[in-house]
Design a protein around this ligand. Sequence first.
Ligand SMILES: Cc1ncc(COP(=O)(O)O)c(C=O)c1O
Length: 375
Amino acid sequence: MAEQRKPARIYVTRPELPSLNEFIPYLQEIWDSKILTNGGPFHEKFEQKLCEYLGVKHIALFANATIGLVTALQALRITGEVITTPYSFVATAHSLLWNGIKPVFVDIDPETFNLDPDKIEAAITPQTTAIMPVHCYGHPCDVDGIRAIADTYGLKVIYDAAHAFGVRCHCGSVLTHGDLSVLSFHATKVFTTFEGGAIVCPDEKTRQRINYLKNFGFADEVTVVAPGINGKMSEFGAALGLLQLKGIDRALARRRAIDARYRAGLESVPGLRCPRPASETLANHAYFPILVQPGFPLSRDELYRKFRDHDIFARRYFYPLISDFPMYRGLPSAAHNNLPVARKLAEQVLCLPIYPDLPDDQVDRVVELLRGGGT
Ligand SMILES: Cc1ncc(COP(=O)(O)O)c(C=O)c1O
């Protein structure tokens, strides 16, 4: 009798990588030059090509987005209180605590999962110096609404754009909004350099200051102008990034196709809602969140476990809310009744597997499980 093959494990994401053969010549160059870091030739070229691809003018590469966020706050000398979202990866708020800044959580919009501009004003105090919104799942925030509030109250805006690689909104790259935007190239992101990140800056002067800060504060061999940190991207990461740019459009197109297949398959499943992309003119399909609502036969957590039984590793992004972690839950803004929308979505959301190598038959496996009410 033929042996029954167990279906493959499906993860929520898997990194897109070039073939190793393609990468070897890049490694050879690094080995030959023995330039491993500190703004080498790959670093320089990657910064330039990345600017061209993203449609922005000034970029400072980083070792990861978390150090990028910490440095962005330092660069703008942000202090006191910063308004941010509880519905994100914990690094968003951690970057504030690492700077001795108090996060003030404001609720999110039920359609976009992003900071609700209508609720920001009420959270502003004399100590507020900035807003740190997140383009959650790569869906653009209400950038105009946030800018209007920031301008009125004299606040800076630092976007956590960890999810927003390549996203375009009504006026071009979403990364040009705010005072600074921080990208992540972590292994789980649509574009990866293993670990990595970048700050998109408005001008060369700001980029220069950020470059000092990410290199211990060195302005030249003997001059230290700030208590900087080591946030530099290595030549290895930059070389991989350069190569990754060649495949990114194909990868995004495949993500788009998977997104469409899920939407078609899950249309009119009782109790399931697939939130529509917000206002992007070009989405990156970084995530495929669904909301498990009362009409569905299983609760969100039962469905999550059911998926696990079937070797499908869907993830509850973002649950728990950042504001529920021990270092934040004592803050007044973390109070239960202050964040009803974020709280409800965190209880209902499940992110389905989406990555370029995910074959159609595996997408269909996920869809069938959901169409069968999780059974
Ligand atoms: C919204 C958000 N902000 C920040 C980060 C931190 O990025 P990194 O892992 O590159 O430090 C992540 C994910 O890793 C994220 O999803």
